[in-house]
Structure formats: structure tokens, C-alpha cells
Ligand binder design. Structure first.
Ligand code: FAD
Length: 320
């Protein structure tokens, strides 16, 4: 029997798993094919890849800054150099943008290195039999664990574990906003000398030049395009069926860049239904000592990698 069954391999899941694994028997279960959750990195060919979720890390708190410096020293992270254009002119600050040396799933990779991970293992339901938890997976397997920890977005948590959560917690009003992201590669186009562009546009709000991260050398130009929240809200449920959605995002970028449509050699669109909760909650993490069920996730604190990391560390303190 496991001491802790951790649901999710994103920043929160891998952080809490790493801390608890020093003392307890821990395993991670994730419905996805690989590590990282919303910080995952998608391989195109060979070493060429896209960060299609998290774009960069910009630490604010003292604790997280210290951790980022640690990863920087280990060469797991580096600074994303180059020109970062901001056409919104919202903030004058020029904060450093940290990225993973090999991909922005760096925190999960580093922390979950020595932990048993079960991918393509979607948790369908949980049952507390008064002694331990029975965690039921979509492949009909049942995992026995003394404690369970959820790190998924709030709507998914409520669906699976709602009846075991305290009312005050399960009744939280958490509004998780969507994002539509397109990964696109062009053949032999002139390199645009910028690393990222923040647009002042109702549809396309962000474009990241994957080549500028200097993780690979290629004659292909790889870009990650992200939509505005407002536009994503309209199309998040239909983007898969309606190709117009993807085409609209792409034509915005073609107009801006001057890149040719017939030079596109790859495109893939991913809809993030639960991307960010901009408002946080009164909790940093949740732990029910009696039932031994816990929650840590970014949305409890904010909308960033840092929020996920802080939430996991907060939960670890409660468990200890
Ligand atoms: C498009 C986009 C851009 C972003 N850009 C940035 C940025 O530039 N900087 C920044 O700091 N933050 C950014 N964020 C936010 C950042 O991604 C999150 O704050 C952080 O990754 C959340 O980590 P987490 O571990 O709490 O959750 P997640 O990463 O969502 O992890 C939850 C995990 O649970 C798994 N899961 C869900 N349900 C189940 C189930 N039933 N069974 C098993 N597994 C399950 C999921 O597959 C997932 O791996 C961005 C997010 C998005 C979507």
C-alpha cells in the first residue's frame, strides 16, 4: 500500500511528491502521456520542441527566487535572452525570464526524477473505506493508499473528490480561464530577430520564438502562439471540430510576420480549458488530517508556476 497517491505530475504534484518521498512511499498518477501538466513540453522532431503551456518563469517571492537560483546553478534553468517585444506597453518592468534548459517542464523533471510515475492513468473516482483510500483508474486498476493528494484544476477535483471535501472548501468560487495555443513550424523562413512578442490584439496575444531559446539548431522556424482569454472563452469547446479557429490564430501571425502559409510544415492546436485562476483563494493548500486527503495547486494561490510550487510547499508543512 502507498503512503501517498499523488494525482498530477505538474509543478504542484512533482514538488509535493519530492518532499514527501524523503519519508514516505509515494507514487504519481497522471492522465497525460508525460510529465509537466500545464508546463509540459511538446516534441516536434529530434530536439526541436515547443513549450505550449508555461512560457517562462519570473519569480517574485524570496523562497521561490532561491529555488530558481538553485536550478540556475544546476544549469536546469537559463535566462531567455533576446528581444522581448511588448506592444501592450502595460508594464515597464524588464524582469528576467527563466526557461528550462531542455524544456519548461524542468521542475517536474527535476523533482520527479526518482519517483515512480504512472502515465495514462486517469483517476476516475476515489473511495474511503474507513481504513484507506481506493483510487480507481480508467484502466480499472485500483490503487490502495493511506493518503491522497490532488493537484488538478478545481473543476476536475470537485468532480472526483467533491463529496470528501469540507463544504467551505468545495463551495469555493474558482474561475479558471481558458487559452487556445497553436504550435507551428515553418520551413526555411527568414529568422525574425525577436524572442517573444506580446500583442495588443483581441485574438492573438502572445508569440514565442522557440528557436530563440537556443535548445536546438534548425532551419525550421518554430513558434508557439497563444490566444486571449476572451477569444478562447468563445471557442474552447469547438476549436477541435472547427478548423476556422486555428486558422484565425495562424493568419493573425502570418499577417504580422510576413511568413508564407505554404511554408507551414507542422501545426497543432491545444485548448487549455482550465489555464489560469487570476484571483487565488483564501487557502494556500488544503489538508484534512482525519480523512488524509490533501490538495495543492496553483489556482489556490494564483495563476503561475510559482503559485503551484508555494502551494505544494505549504501542504508539505501541514502534513509534517
Ligand atoms: C497556456 C498557458 C500559459 C501559461 N504561461 C505561464 C507562464 O508563462 N508562467 C507561469 O508561471 N505560469 C504560466 N501558466 C500557468 C502554469 O502553467 C500553472 O500555474 C502551473 O503549471 C500549474 O501547475 P499545477 O501542478 O498546479 O497544475 P497542472 O500543471 O495542471 O497539473 C495537474 C496535473 O493533473 C493531471 N490530471 C488532471 N486530472 C487528472 C485525473 N483525473 N487523473 C490523473 N491525472 C489528472 C493533469 O494531466 C496535469 O498533469 C500558463 C498556463 C497555461 C495553460
Amino acid at each position: 500500500m502507498l503512503d501517498f497517491c499523488i494525482i498530477g505530475s505538474g509543478v504542484s504534484g512533482s514538488t509535493i511528491a519530492h518532499i514527501l518521498s524523503k519519508k514516505y512511499k509515494v507514487e504519481i498518477f497522471d492522465k497525460a502521456r508525460g510529465l509537466g501538466g500545464r508546463a509540459s513540453n511538446k516534441r516536434f522532431i529530434k530536439k526541436q520542441s515547443f513549450d505550449h503551456g508555461v512560457q517562462y518563469i519570473s519569480p517574485r517571492s524570496k523562497e521561490f527566487k532561491k529555488f530558481i537560483q538553485f536550478l540556475l546553478k544546476k544549469k536546469e534553468l537559463k535566462i531567455w535572452e533576446g528581444n522581448h517585444l511588448d506592444f501592450t506597453f502595460e508594464k515597464k518592468e524588464s524582469k528576467k525570464k527563466f526557461i528550462g534548459t531542455k524544456g519548461n517542464n524542468v521542475i517536474s523533471k527535476y523533482y520527479a526524477k526518482n519517483i515512480k510515475k504512472n502515465f495514462q492513468s486517469s483517476v476516475k473516482s476515489i473511495f474511503f473505506n474507513n481504513y484507506f483510500w481506493e483510487v480507481k483508474l480508467d484502466n480499472k486498476k485500483v490503487i490502495k493508499a493511506k493518503s491522497v493528494i490532488f493537484t488538478c484544476p478545481f473543476p476536475q477535483l470537485k468532480k472526483i473528490a467533491g463529496k470528501y471535501l469540507k463544504k467551505k472548501f468545495s463551495k469555493l468560487k474558482i474561475n479558471m480561464e481558458p487559452n487556445i495555443t497553436t504550435m507551428i513550424a515553418f520551413k526555411s523562413q527568414k529568422e525574425i530577430p525577436v524572442s517573444s512578442i506580446k500583442f495588443n490584439d483581441d485574438i492573438l496575444t502572445w508569440a514565442a520564438n522557440e528557436n530563440s531559446k537556443k535548445r536546438f539548431n534548425s532551419s525550421n522556424s518554430l513558434w508557439t502562439l497563444q490566444s486571449s482569454v476572451k477569444w478562447a472563452k468563445k471557442f474552447i469547446n469547438i476549436y477541435k471540430k472547427n478548423k476556422k479557429v486555428e486558422n484565425t490564430l495562424i493568419s493573425k501571425f502570418l499577417n504580422f510576420s510576413g511568413y508564407k502559409k505554404n511554408k507551414i510544415i507542422f501545426k497543432k492546436t491545444h485548448g487549455w480549458k482550465y489555464s489560469y485562476n487570476f484571483h487565488g483563494s483564501p487557502y494556500k493548500s488544503y489538508w484534512d488530517k482525519k480523512l488524509r486527503i490533501g490538495v495543492c495547486a496553483d489556482w489556490l494561490i494564483g495563476s503561475k508556476v510559482e503559485s503551484a510550487w508555494l502551494s505544494a510547499n505549504n501542504l508539505a508543512k501541514k502534513i509534517k
